[in-house]
Design a binder for this molecule. Sequence first.
Ligand SMILES: Cc1cc2nc3c(=O)[nH]c(=O)nc-3n(C[C@H](O)[C@H](O)[C@H](O)COP(=O)(O)OP(=O)(O)OC[C@H]3O[C@@H](n4cnc5c(N)ncnc54)[C@H](O)[C@@H]3O)c2cc1C
Ligand code: FES
Ligand code: FES
Length: 1559
Amino acid sequence: MGSLKNEEEMEPIEGESSKDAVLYVNGIRRVLPDGLAHLTLLEYLRDIGLTGTKLGCGEGGCGACTIMVSHYNEVLKKYVHYAVNACLAPLYSVEGMHIITVEGVGNRKTGLHPVQFTEMQAMPLRSGMLCVNGSRESQSSLIYKRLCLLDKLSRTLQHESLARSHGSQCGFCTPGFIMSMYALLRSSELPPTEEQIEECLAGNLCRCTGYRPIIDAFQVFAKTDDAFYTNTSSSDLQSGDFLCPSTGKPCSCKSKSLNGAETCKKSTANENKYEPVSYSEVDGSTYTDKELIFPPELLLRKLTPLYLNGFGGLKWFRPLKIQHLLELKAKFPDAKLVVGNTEVGIEMRLKRIQYKVLISVAHVPELNVLHVKDDGLEIGAAVRLTELLQMFRKVVNERAAHETSSCKAFIEQIKWFAGTQIKNVACVGGNICTASPISDLNPLWMAAGAKFQIIDCKGNIRTIMAENFFLGYRKVDLTSGEILLSIFLPWTRPFEYVKEFKQAHRRDDDIAIVNAGMRVFLEEKGEDLVVSDALIVYGGVAPLSLSAVKTKEFIIGKNWDQELLQGALKFLETDIFLKEDAPGGMVEFRKSLTLSFFFKFFLWVSQQICMKKSTGIPLSYLSATQPFQRPSIMGNQDYEIRKHGTSVGSPEIHLSSRLQVTGEAEYADDTPMPSSGLHAALVLSRKPHAKILSIDDSEAKSSPGFAGIFLAKDVPGDNHIGPITHDEELFATQYVTCVGQVIGVVAADTHENAKLAAAKVVIEYEELPAILSIQEAVDAKSFHPNSEKCLKKGDVDLCFQSGQCDKIIDGEVHVGGQEHFYLEPQSSLVWTMDSGSEVHMISSTQAPQKHQKYVAQVLGLPMSKVVCKTKRIGGGFGGKETRSAFIAAAASVPSYLLNRSVKLTLDRDVDMMITGQRHTFLGKYKVGFTKEGRLLALDLEIYNNAGNSLDLSLAVLERAMFHSDNVYEIPNIRILGRVCFTNFPSHTAFRGFGGPQGMLIAENWIQKIAVELNKNPEEIREINFQGEGSILHYSQQLQYCTLGQLWNELKLSSDLLRAREDAKQFNLQNRWKKRGVAMVPTKFGISFTTKFMNQIKLILPHLFLWVIKCNAILHNEVDVSLVKKLVMGIGCGADNPLPSMVARLLLHHIMVVAPLVEMMANCHGPGVAVGAGALVHVYTDGTVLVTHGGVEMGQGLHTKVAQVAASAFNIPLSSVFISETSTDKVLRYCKLELDITAVSVTLELSVGCSCMEFDCSVQIKSSIWHGPCVCDFSFLLCSVLGVGRLKLHMEDGLMQDVPNTSPTAASASSDLYGAAVLDACEQIKARMEPVALKHNFSSFAELAGACYMQRIDLSAHGFYITPDIGFDWTTCKGNPFNYYTYGAAFAEVEIDTLTGDFHTRTANIILDLGYSINPAIDVGQIEGAFIQGLGWVAMEELKWGDAAHKWIPPGCLYTSGPGSYKIPSMNDVPFKFSVSLLKGHPNVKAIHSSKAVGEPPFFLASAVFFAIKDAIIAARAEVGHHEWFPLSNPATPERIRMACLDEFSSRFIDSDFRPKLSV
Ligand SMILES: Cc1cc2nc3c(=O)[nH]c(=O)nc-3n(C[C@H](O)[C@H](O)[C@H](O)COP(=O)(O)OP(=O)(O)OC[C@H]3O[C@@H](n4cnc5c(N)ncnc54)[C@H](O)[C@@H]3O)c2cc1C
Ligand code: FES
Ligand code: FES
């Protein structure tokens, strides 16, 4: 046991124990044992079973781990509550405090807190059309239009909370959001403002929702109308309104047990005033029953000094007085001081630096001073940034304006410094002493003339100017016995101006690319203002915060005028020196920024002076100084409700949302481990291409907790894996072909120990040449075998030569990649049963079947002995379709061989490094068109970067080729596609599956045509639109095309022409800010286009074709020889009716049917439909259990499927439960119905979707197939289908063991599984019908009970296949898609041409989703896809070690965490964000007339990209550049700024400069 010492006991004596170290978690007292100093709070919480708090990144960058800390602040003399990232908080740093996790906020048993969920009265439904069971009951159109956040009052009365407002999709981020909001509410003495709410959520990332619904949910807690808090009388409240116990505002949480509601109501009536109650610190009586109070023990208990220990001899001290601290520092000179641990934590976890002694100085009063003095502000080194911010705001309000110029600069800078959770714990001294070259604050301390007070072990204090404190890279002027005591910030004087600057990849919560602090002090000399003193300091341009000394010297003594500006710019060029391959890259951009910032500073100071003197600066220049200001987000969703039965068509909330908002929803890593369970870590290659010379695991074996290491030689089964082609090794044998390739797996007792041991495996390599870009692959002809594809229509060459084309242009498009960044990392838990004869696993995957198959294969087990279950996943987006399976397989090896449970959860950086991303593409085009812009011919070559294995890359390429026309009629097309082999980890599926890349290439040349013809791109788009009946370049004909209609609707609602004109006017008036607009259409084909389908059609004989009566049609050229062989190979004895029948059919087929089939093939194209399976059970209490093959990953699949079942049985949605997805229950099917003579037979072929080699399961519904003929039939089918194994299930036999669920992907899951469930429901209904007709049952439960009594089977297996699809690459004909989802988007952006900063002012989206099954979920998908797409086109850049990035080790991923890879945050949501669904267009091709939604809206975000380009065009035009220029995605600040040519950037680049991109 460690030691908790009284304050009087100053001497820390190791080993001595006194009182317990105590922590309260959710009101429960917990004694903290000694020995846990290495643990984070997150690890501890999850270890004690509080798994609601999630691990998303472990580096403070995602907010999934947010919890609330409450403690008594000695300085403020009050209790404080604040949100903290538990992943960075050392466990002992919260000793003596109260931790509230999401479980403590509310749960389903005791009730949900209003931030989690509020019951809402049914939304008003206006006149409408209600379709019940297909028949119309009401004729008028039911339009449900929500105008969120437009009307403050109505918004306040909507009372939505996170669950209710559809703010939780996959739910993995949800507890973090809940906790951030909860902490804000509990810490606010007044209801927070909208701005405060958005600010408090800036440190939380969500990859699913697009944030709008989250903002929507929480904005109801904002103070929007003073009347609610001051003098609103109870009569103003609508009847039934309650007061929120947290905010004191009206809400409808309505829980009857919630005393607060009644109390508050009463107090409202009595006192005529609403009081927020939750911030009350001590008096439990004012809390609702559900709100946890501050524990009385902690109230009375004083903090005591602390000395505890941790793993590896780590010592943890918590001194409470400076003297104690100094003594400790004297004793342990190398000790690390910690406050927020946001630097030290990262160093220890990610950089693996081992510190031996940590001293927590957070509670040393001398380090926490905040004194306002006459000459400035004294700030203790341990003051946290949030406190500092509050103090700055206070002094700015209280003191003369000229004194607080520095304070204002700090306020602005801290605004964009990390997320709230980080600012709540990170201290000033930590930031200063880390001396990061990109520290946001250090340039400001320096510029502002701050002084640092330093104290040594003996208590001697010295003062040093901030300017002189920083010595080198992370090196400061502190000896080992010294610490930073405080900072003194002087007030500014009249005519003294301080300004901050920062440009990052993402505005919110991102480290700077370049930042700066600048100060100038001017003196009046006659008419002139002369620089008397100045300091210009930059971050991000050198190993330390760099003072531009020559510039300073130059400007001192000069007049503040144009001459000074021009001279200073020249000196800056020499002051800032960056080598071409400087770490961090972006050299030209960084240099340009230094000038841009100074220019902005010059204008800003001039503007300040301007109030006193005229500086002659044009008004349009002032745009450079206008700070970014974001209004509250206005969301608008417009859709109609087409109800069908009890539930279909309703905007029901996500079925799991209540579990998700309380943290009760379990994900793979939340599954409890048995005590004997082990953790695994992967041994990974560090070279992109090398021969393995030796593997030395001796050190790993002696590592703590080690349980085993397993390499290729240990794999019990087949070491070769791959979803289509088995071109991967589970564990590398001789060669590695990418950094991050798996070489082995280590198992140990803890996650940390497993990683430690894996890191100790020493591998010797012989390095080989690596291919690290598409261009290098093209040059070396490095393509995956058999991956070249060609699509043709018309005659491209003839068209180009014919002279029909008025213009022919060519060019290249580089399309950037994208990381999935699902919030839940890859995770699998594998265990054995019966000593390894069965293997089970729980995996975070979109494809449980793949996990089952891989594991069976590598362990050498039959698939029937391997089961994979998936309850839900925290986002997938394609990244868990195939690239999750090898992780499960790797974990299965130690589990199987050691016969123990093994969990393998990837750290975020490893996950990003090894599991592949969205493919980068290179497109080379040549386009011919008329002078009006009408397209005539397209010759296109596209290449995708597949990485080191084929995975799904060919199918991705194919889809890109299919979508290369986007929505345009092109008479002559030739598209050549190739899949490049490179030495990167295998890239994989990602929302859109190649479609967006194909379309982005298309829109690039459309945009170029517009520039060539000096027209708006929209004009070019419109005159080339495809329409009803258009025949595409792969011969599919468009049906039910709604493109024109939705385009016109959007054009009208967005007032495109007006918006263009407004942007033009704005641009004329603003030199340094430009606006751009764009409108982009999309057409997205729905269905899988994966290779196996093509494979199947080649194998399946036409035996089946002539007898197929269902919509799963196989059309193929006749392979007569195969059929003949089959006939010959089968004995056709008289006692064996089936084969003889089959033989007769085959012969008949050859003679008669084949020509007919060929004819049919020409019409429809060959192929086979992919289907889905579902199992439905009706119970006697009237509830329904549904199991289907789809995985719930946030997209609301289970909700929609449940709605289908509820409507089918005419029961409430609450009566339907969707069970987990499991490979031992349901599958995805191909269904072929044969009508052989008089006997009807159904064959259900269950196949893995993207698997060439598959097992096949056949159900025979006719009884004639009993007996020996079954074996023959089985044999026949095996040969015919080319499968190794075949399971036949008799109709009356068991259907439980049906394998091969397919991945949940390609947007089509609702179509497939919804239809499969409906099929099962219809079967059960048909069986129930005779009973139902005989009696008048008062409920469904009664009917079910009666059926049960009559021995009616209330369980059914449903299936569905997508009809009429298939494509033949040899003839380039067929229908790869079942139907298309059409959409369009309008966007307006504003860019800062000096920095490349941008924001989206407006985004309007319209999509045709037929009759939506659940419009709220669909809107959520659209918003989420759009924001994810926005990340792809404008923010998210993957930087790999390649020729373009020589400062990164070859083949390594630099952007491997949220710190360096920036997905959109709340701040990136368009100011006005509207989504509407096209009305009145049912889709005849899918269930309940709906359409698939997951992928189609993704590409619409390209409207933002082209709006950015439009704005850049305006900026370039201003300096006389009217020529076309390339812009690659993502259009990051670097690309935007460097494309906006001006006098600053032109000092470093030519006009054809193109920033580097890993492609
Ligand atoms: C997600 C995330 C986002 C971030 N964003 C930003 C950002 O936008 N801008 C930015 O500038 N930084 C950013 N940082 C960096 C970091 O938050 C800051 O540097 C922070 O201020 C460090 O404070 P801390 O209390 O957490 O330091 P700790 O990790 O506790 O300590 C940091 C270092 O300072 C030393 N130290 C602390 N106090 C003293 C003292 N009194 N005397 C001597 N040495 C001392 C410690 O020994 C240690 O070496 C970010 C970090 C994270 C994890
Ligand atoms: S897990 Fe803590 S911030 Fe991401
Ligand atoms: S719901 Fe936010 S990450 Fe999935």
